[in-house]
Write a protein that binds this ligand. Structure first.
Ligand code: SAM
Length: 474
């Protein structure tokens, strides 16, 4: 991994504009920081505080164009990055700013290079006539390009971006801010389409959508040759982006029928599952079978099945919250009766309910034992929004909380995407264990809370707003 770039090098750097997609806005900062760290780019954290969920534009300095490209190419939340030549609250400000960017602009004015300018408005669709007139005015006053216009395969692509903010708009509304820059790189959003779960043969009711699985892999900084496990693997949707980043993947799940493609199909028109539905074949569909290690029918709460060594580089998972499927673990309500060797052959162990606090304690303890020091654990943690407090997040003395972002599921329930980093190696002689204190897990089942109808949803929505990360409920 590259070493972080010092602040003095940042001083000589150029400005770039990151244009974010207007989707999963609450995860922007976490993804940006994780990727910057992964590529050894020092994120200027002071500026990151300005990264706003409402505004898709963010100006960032990089010491080289290569850094901006690396970051964009891996991000699933960035649409594209431009080298910022100028910006301002009005077109007059923009023109002034472009005139001051002489060093950036001049190398691109040559008559040998063809070009194209794209105009895009955030929060307002712009008529074609307006776009053409605006380009003409701007090039006349501040950008004397001499090359040919080529709309299909230009040598250089430029963006003129107008931000109309969240204000109420009419045809006469003016942009609140305008940016102009040279395209540098696209984000990795095409991969969201390529990995869409409805194109996959083996899926289930709780398969994770591709944008979130890709995001989880980014938060855990998954890279080539890593070993990644999903202990609640289900149909393996989280493993796909990890294998796509050339990590080796494996998983466990307690559901024998699901893993053997014998469970009820989740597609409404499908009567029975096809025997070739499997996680291995899902990876093969993307040419990623080489990264498949194995999937085991196993109970994630039983850590003693693993030899104690810190073998995993990342643990990424979506544990059961008892909404669509009940959370279970192997166990017996009554006294354990020892089985004879013959009885054990096709014995299916009994299961008992697996309460939510224990699921998360077991997960953190698993990470403490089997994750390499410095490795990351990324998981979803469901909460009742009104009752949620930061102290609810599971904690373990050797797992440092790195990021915590909320995704609202309905007006009462949200799930938080938690990323933790293991900061100390496992020591057998130390009795260190995870703790999870969530009062609202105790009395009602999460399923009941999820489906409960509130008398006045508007009122409860207002009183439940508890984080700057909250997005509007569906
Ligand atoms: C939310 S789903 C995960 C879905 C998965 N991300 C996917 O892409 O299909 C949770 C999974 O945990 C499994 N599970 C429940 N209890 C378990 C346990 N004790 N050990 C291992 N897996 C368990 C369930 O069978 C279910 O497949």
């Amino acid at each position: 991994m590259a070493t972080p770039i010092s602040r003095s090098r940042i001083g000589g750097s150029k400005k770039y504009l990151l244009y974010f997609a207007n989707h999963h806005t609450e995860f922007r900062t976490s993804e940006l920081v994780a990727l910057a760290e992964m590529f050894g780019i020092e994120p200027p954290l002071k500026d990151l505080e300005l990264l706003d969920q409402e505004c898709p534009f963010f100006i960032q300095q990089f010491s080289s164009e290569a850094e901006a490209k690396m970051l964009a190419n891996r991000s699933v939340l960035i649409k594209f990055v431009v080298e910022l030549w100028g910006h301002g609250n009005t077109y007059e400000d923009l023109i002034e700013s472009l005139r001051n960017s002489h060093d950036s602009v001049v190398p691109y004015l040559s008559d040998k290079a063809s070009f194209k300018i794209v105009v895009d408005g955030f929060n307002k669709s712009l008529p074609q006539k307006y776009k053409i007139e605006t380009i003409e005015r701007l090039t006349e006053r501040a950008l004397p390009f001499t090359g040919k216009i080529d709309l299909k395969k230009p040598d250089h692509l430029y963006y003129l971006l107008e931000d109309y903010g969240k204000q109420k708009k009419n045809a006469e509304s003016l942009p609140q801010h305008v940016y102009f820059g040279r395209w540098v790189a696209d984000g990795n959003r095409n991969e969201i389409q390529n990995q869409r779960i409805n194109k996959r043969s083996f899926i289930g009711n709780t398969s994770m959508e591709s944008s979130l699985s890709l995001l989880m892999a980014n938060l855990s900084k998954v890279q080539k040759n890593m070993l990644v496990i999903d202990p609640f693997v289900g149909t393996g949707s989280i493993l796909v982006p990890c294998a796509y980043h050339h990590a080796y993947v494996m998983g466990t799940d307690i559901n024998y029928l699901l893993l053997h493609a014998k469970a009820k199909p989740s597609r409404s028109k499908q009567k029975t599952r096809s025997p070739d539905e499997s996680i291995r074949n899902n990876l093969a569909q993307y040419g990623l079978e080489a990264y498949y290690c194995d999937i085991m029918v196993a109970d994630a709460s039983r850590h003693s099945m693993w030899r104690t060594s810190e073998i995993f580089d990342a643990i990424i998972t979506d544990p059961p919250y008892g909404i669509r499927e009940g959370a279970k673990k192997v166990g017996k309500e009554e006294e354990l009766v020892l089985l004879t060797p013959d009885q054990r052959v096709d014995h299916i162990p009994q299961k008992v309910d697996y309460d939510l606090s224990n699921i998360f304690n077991d997960l953190l303890n698993f990470a403490y034992k089997f994750l390499r020091t410095g490795g990351r654990l990324t998981y979803w943690f469901p909460v009742h929004r009104a009752a949620y407090k930061e102290e609810n997040i599971p904690h373990h003395p050797c797992m440092k909380l790195v990021s915590n972002c909320e995704q609202v599921l309905n007006i009462r329930i949200s799930r938080r995407l938690i990323t933790m980093q293991k900061v100390q190696p496992y020591r057998e002689d130390q009795n260190l264990a995870s703790q999870t204190h969530v009062d609202h897990y105790l009395n009602a089942s999460f399923r009941e809370m999820y489906f409960k109808v509130t008398e006045n949803p508007q009122k409860s929505l207002k009183s439940e707003g508890n984080s700057q990360h909250i997005k509007k409920p569906p």
